[in-house]
Design a binder for this molecule. Sequence first.
Ligand code: G3P
Ligand code: CA
Length: 229
Amino acid sequence: MSPEVVAHRGASTHRPEHTLAAYELALRQGADGLECDVRLTRDEHLVCVHDRTIDRTSGGTGVVGAMTLDELRRHDFGSWHGGEPAEVLTLDVLLGLAADHGKRLFVETKHPVRHGGRVERRLAEALGGHRVDVVMMSFSVFAVHRFKKLKPEVPTVLLYDRLWPTTKPHFVDYAGPGVHLLRRHPGRGEGAYVWTVDDPVDIALCRERGVRFLATNNPEETREHLADN
Ligand code: G3P
Ligand code: CA
């Protein structure tokens, strides 16, 4: 079976990552699911920003966790990538979009240890108001464990960057290796969530290995490659 195509930070090759425009394009391109990173603002809102600071992906500077949502809203997250001006995207808005389109949303919590579990608690609370399929993900085994205790019904991915263990803890539903690990470990990958896959050779490899979810910055091209093979 072909892997489900997950739009990594939206259709982030063609639109500024984590903007509504990036996710709307991903939906038009036929993505099966959407991926986002979340961070907590100073006033405890979850916003979709990858880095610790807003310096790379906005016209401003500053640490996300030191700013309030209102402060973040004063910055433009679209123009840096040649896009239309765009407000910081909140998780709440993205959950609404995924729900409206019946798409699965993969939510990665960033630097959860530093916040002592607040990110997972806020995520669990945020899910309460939406009817949407969510998968929680993290590189931190502690974060995944904490979240699973709060929301046992929500599937989880443990992300792997350097090592890919052969077994996973009982509270992890899917292994989440980077595509570099998939290349390095022949015969593995069945049922996994693999990131970030843009190269046609890697796309073919994911299909061969029975990967379940494939995260890509370019859903349209990825779907075309999957259809051709
Ligand atoms: O989908 C998982 C992948 O996004 C992890 O890496 O740095 O892009 O968040 P990163
Ligand atoms: Ca991510």
